[in-house]
Design a protein around this ligand. Structure first.
Ligand code: COA
Length: 727
C-alpha cells in the first residue's frame, strides 16, 4: 500500500481500456514515484516511456498492477518474480469465479506468488487506493477520488467499491485506504485487518463482505482490533441462507445469516443492514467522538420530525431523558412561550440561527445528556446556511471541549438544504436526510461503546465427559447409526452434567405398565424409534396419564394412530417419564458448520420453535456472560423472568446448562446436531431438566483449521494445517 514505484502491466494504447485507465488514475492522482507502463508493442504511452516487460524497467518495481488477458497472467507473474516485485494487484478476471478451470488457474497463480515471496491482491479485483498525500496511490479504474481520512475500506465487490469511492467523495468521507479484494486468492480481509491494526492512520474499518474465508480467524482479529478501531460490516447474501437440510431444530435454524449475527455480536463488529446504513454509521464514527452513554438530547424547529426521532431513538435502545432543572429553566427563559422545552426541544419554525446555537449549546452541556441530535427543517424565515454556520461553530467548540459529546444533524428538505449540508460537512457534523438514519448511526456508536466497556466474562470448565461420550459414539458408529437412542442420549448428557428428566425405556407395550409404576403416576409416554426423530409430529407423545386404565386406553389409541401412518406395533418402543406440571419450555441446541465450528442455541422451546423463531445463536465456546446474554436476549425473556405475581425461572441453572453444552460442543466434535427440546425451566433450580433430547453424530472430528496469519485467504493455506489439540 506504500509502493515507491509501480508498473502497470497491460497498459493499452486504447484510451478507456482498463489497464490504461489505471495508469491515468495513477498519473492524475499524483503518484509520488516512478510509473512504468508495460506494453510489448510500443515505447511510449500517454507521454510516459513504456517497457516491454517488468524486468526491462530501468529501476526497481515495488508494485505491479496487472491488467492483461487471463491467459497471459502466469507469464507476467513470472516476469514480476524475476524483477523482484513485492506486491501484485491482479485486476484480470476469469478465475475461480468462472468455474473449475478458472479455479485451477487461480491455484497456479497462488503457488507462483508464494514461491516468489510476493503478495497478491485479487485476481478479479478493482484495485487499491492509498490517499495519503505522501503516496497518492490510486491504482484503480474507479472514477471517484475520495478525500484522505481515517477509514480503511475493504470491498469484496469491485463494482460496489466504485460506487463507494464516488459516494465517499460526495459526503466528504475520508478514505485512507481502499482495497478491492476480488477473489481473495492470497490477500484476504483478515490480512488487511491485521495490516490496519498496525497502521495508525487507519482508525475506522469498513467492510463489504460476501463470504468469509476463515471466520474464526476473523472473530479473533475483530475482537482484538475492534477494541481500538471500530469495524463496521455490511454482509451480502442474507437470505440465501439456512436452507440446509437438517433434522434438528438447531441445525435447521442455523442459517448463515444467524451465524453471521452471532459472529459479529461476539466480536463487537457493528453490522449495517444496507450499504446506505454503512455510510451513515461511518460518518458518525469518522467525524464525532463516541458518546459516554445512551441519553440523547433532541433539538428541532419542527415538532413532528422531533417526535419521529424520539420514537426511533427509543426503539433502538437510546434514552430520551428529561433535562436537568437548570437546563429546563434556561430553555424556558430563552424560548418563546409556544416552544416546547422538554426533550425533544421544539423551538418552532421561528427559531433563528442565534437560538439554534444557544439551545443546542445548553442541551449539550446538560449532564443528563450524552449526545445531541439536531433535526433541522430549513426555515422559511431564517437563512438555513447561517444556521448551519452557527451549528458548525458550536460543534467545533464541543469537539475540543473537555468531555466531547457527539452532535449529529438531520437536515430535511434536500433542495433548500444543500448549502447548509455542505457547511455542516465542513465542520464534521454528520447530517442525515431522515431522523431514523441519525438515530441508527448514534445507536451503533452507543452499542459499540457498550461492547468496548463490557467485560468479556470467562469460560468456566466443568468436569469433562468426553471419554464417556466417545465410548457411546463408538457404539453408535459400530451399529451403523447416526441418531442416538434415548439411553445413549441420556448417557452423554449425564457425562456432561446436563440434567435430563428420569426416563425409563420399555421395549414393548407389555413392559410399559411396569415402567409406569416404577416412575409413578402421573406420567408421560413417548414412542421410541430410530426412524422417528420428531415424536410429537407423529402424535407419539402423550402427557399426563394418571391411571393404569387411562394408560391402556391411550396406548390403544396411540397404536392405532401410528399404524395409520405405517408404524406397526413392535417396530417401536416406549419411554416413560414422570409428568412435570408447569414449567416454561425452552430449547437448547448445538449445531456445527464447516467454517465456523460449533454453535450453541437458546430460545423459546416446545412445538413452536421453528415458527416463532425466538432464538439466539453463539459460537462455542461461550463465556458465562454470553450464556446469560443469550437467555436475556430472547423476546420471551420477560416470561422467563416471571409474569406479575409469578416467580421467575432459575436462569442461573439455564446458564450453567448452556455452558456445559458449549463445553461438550467443543470437546466432542463428533456430535453434529443436538436438540434439548423442551428443557423445562422452573423457579427451583433442581427441577430444571431436559425432557426430550436428540443427538446425531456426524463424520466427526472435523475441527476448523486455523490458517497461518499470512495465508488467511479462501485458498488452501500453504504447508501443514494447524489443527488445535483437543481440549
Ligand atoms: N505484458 C504487457 N502487456 C501486454 C501483455 C503482456 N504480457 N500482453 C498483452 N498486453 C497488452 C496488450 O497488447 C494490450 O495493449 P494494446 O491495446 O496497446 O495492444 C493490453 O495489454 C490489454 O490487452 P487487451 O488484449 O486489449 O485486453 P483488454 O484490455 O481488452 O482486457 C482485461 C484485459 C484484464 C481488462 C480483461 O482481460 C479482464 O479481465 N477484464 C475484466 C476485469 C474486471 O472486471 N476485473 C474485476 C473488476 S471488479
Amino acid at each position: 500500500m506504500r509502493p515507491r514505484s509501480i508498473a502497470v502491466v497491460g497498459t493499452s494504447r486504447k484510451p478507456g481500456s482498463i489497464g490504461r485507465e489505471v495508469l491515468t488514475r495513477l498519473v492524475e492522482g499524483g503518484f509520488r514515484g516512478p510509473l512504468y507502463p508495460i506494453n510489448p508493442a510500443v515505447d511510449v504511452i500517454g507521454s510516459l516511456r513504456a517497457y516491454p516487460t517488468v524486468t526491462a524497467c530501468p529501476g526497481p518495481v515495488d508494485l505491479a498492477v496487472i491488467a492483461v488477458p487471463r491467459d497471459k497472467v502466469l507469464a507476467v507473474l513470472d516476469d514480476c518474480a524475476a524483477a523482484k516485485v513485492g506486491g501484485l494487484v491482479v485486476i484480470t478476471s476469469g478465475f475461480k469465479e468462472v468455474g473449475p478451470a478458472g479455479a485451477a488457474l487461480e491455484q497456479q497463480l497462488v503457488e507462483r506468488v508464494r514461491r516468489a515471496g510476493m503478495r497478491m491482491v485479487g485476481p478479479n479485483c478493482m484495485g487499491v487506493l492509498n490517499s495519503d498525500p505522501a503516496i497518492n496511490l490510486n491504482a484503480t479504474f474507479a472514477p471517484g477520488r475520495p478525500p484522505s481520512g481515517p477509514i480503511g475500506f475493504i470491498s469484496q465487490s469491485g463494482a460496489l467499491g466504485m460506487a463507494v469511492l464516488d459516494f465517499a467523495q460526495s459526503r466528504d468521507l475520508g478514505i485512507g485506504m481502499f482495497v478491492s479484494t476480488g477473489n481473495k486468492a492470497d490477500v484476504s480481509g483478515n490480512d488487511l485487518l491485521e495490516y490496519w491494526e498496525q497502521d495508525p492512520s487507519i482508525r475506522l474499518i469498513l467492510m463489504y463482505v460476501e463470504s468469509f474465508g476463515n471466520p474464526l480467524k476473523f472473530r479473533e482479529l475483530a475482537e482484538r482490533i475492534g477494541r481500538e478501531k471500530p469495524i463496521v460490516v455490511v454482509k451480502a447474501g442474507r437470505t440465501a441462507a439456512g436452507a440446509r437440510a437438517a433434522a434438528s431444530h438447531t441445525g435447521a435454524l442455523a442459517g448463515e445469516d444467524a451465524l453471521c449475527d452471532a459472529l459479529f455480536h461476539q466480536c463487537g463488529v457493528i453490522r449495517a443492514q444496507t450499504v446506505e446504513e454503512l455510510f451513515d454509521i461511518a460518518l458518525a464514527f469518522a467525524h464525532q467522538p463516541l458518546p459516554g452513554g445512551n441519553r440523547v438530547g433532541i433539538v428541532t424547529n419542527s415538532g413532528g420530525p422531533g417526535i419521529m426521532l424520539a420514537d426511533a431513538c427509543e426503539m433502538l435502545g437510546l434514552a430520551v431523558p428529561e433535562f436537568s432543572p437548570e437546563t429546563a429553566t434556561a430553555l424556558r427563559e430563552l424560548l418563546p412561550e409556544e416552544a416546547s422545552v422538554g426533550n425533544p426541544v421544539d423551538m418552532i419554525a421561528s427559531a433563528t440561527e442565534e437560538s439554534f446555537q444557544r439551545v443546542v449549546g445548553l442541551v449539550a452541556a446538560d449532564p443528563q445528556v450524552d449526545a445531541v441530535i439536531v433535526v433541522f427543517l430549513p426555515p422559511v424565515l431564517t437563512d438555513p446556511e447561517r444556521v448551519a454556520v452557527r451549528l458548525g461553530d458550536l460543534a467545533d467548540r464541543l469537539a475540543s471541549g473537555r468531555t466531547p459529546k457527539p452532535i449529529l444533524g438531520c437536515v430535511m428538505g434536500a433542495r433548500r438544504a444543500a448549502g447548509s449540508l455542505a457547511e455542516l460537512q465542513k465542520h464534521r457534523v454528520p447530517s442525515y436526510a431522515f431522523p431514523e438514519s441519525a438515530a441508527k448511526a448514534l445507536s451503533a456508536m452507543v452499542r459499540y461503546q457498550a461492547w468496548r466497556k463490557r467485560p468479556r466474562g470467562s469460560v468456566p470448565r466443568f468436569p469433562s465427559g468426553r471419554l464417556q461420550a466417545e465410548q457411546v459414539i463408538e457404539g453408535v458408529r459400530q451399529a451403523g447409526r447416526e441418531w442416538l437412542s434415548e439411553k445413549e442420549v441420556g448417557s452423554i448428557l449425564r457425562a456432561y452434567g446436563i440434567p435430563m428428566v428420569k426416563s425409563v425405556s420399555a421395549g414393548a407395550r407389555g413392559a410399559v405398565a411396569d415402567a409406569a409404576h416404577g416412575v409413578g403416576y402421573p406420567i408421560v409416554i413417548k414412542i421410541s424409534s430410530p426412524a422417528i426423530i420428531h415424536k410429537a409430529r407423529v402424535g407419539g407423545v402423550i402427557v399426563d396419564i394418571r391411571t393404569d386404565e387411562e394408560l391402556r386406553l391411550k396406548l390403544d389409541d396411540l397404536e392405532k394412530r401410528l399404524a395409520a401412518q405405517g408404524f406397526e406395533p413392535g417396530k417401536y418402543g416406549f419411554v416413560v417419564q414422570p409428568m412435570l406440571p408447569g414449567g416454561r419450555e425452552v430449547i437448547m441446541g448445538l449445531s456445527r458448520t464447516p467454517k465456523m465450528g460449533p454453535l450453541v442455541m437458546f430460545g423459546l422451546g416446545g412445538i413452536f420453535v421453528e415458527t416463532v423463531k425466538d432464538i439466539v445463536f453463539r459460537l462455542a465456546p461461550i463465556t458465562d456472560r454470553e450464556a446469560m446474554e443469550m437467555i436475556t436476549g430472547i423476546r420471551a425473556y420477560p416470561i422467563l423472568k416471571g409474569l406479575p405475581g409469578e416467580a421467575g425461572v432459575a436462569v442461573q441453572t439455564l446458564q450453567e446448562m448452556l455452558l456445559r453444552l458449549s463445553q461438550m460442543a467443543v470437546e466432542v466434535p463428533e456430535i453434529a446436531e443436538l436438540d434439548l427440546n423442551p428443557v423445562l425451566a422452573f423457579p427451583e433450580s433442581d427441577r430444571c431438566a431436559a425432557v426430550d433430547a436428540r443427538i446425531r453424530v456426524g463424520s466427526g472430528g472435523a475441527r476448523v483449521p486455523v490458517a497461518p496469519s499470512n495465508a488467511t485467504g479462501d485458498g488452501p493455506p500453504p504447508g501443514k494445517m494447524d489443527i488445535p489439540p483437543r481440549v
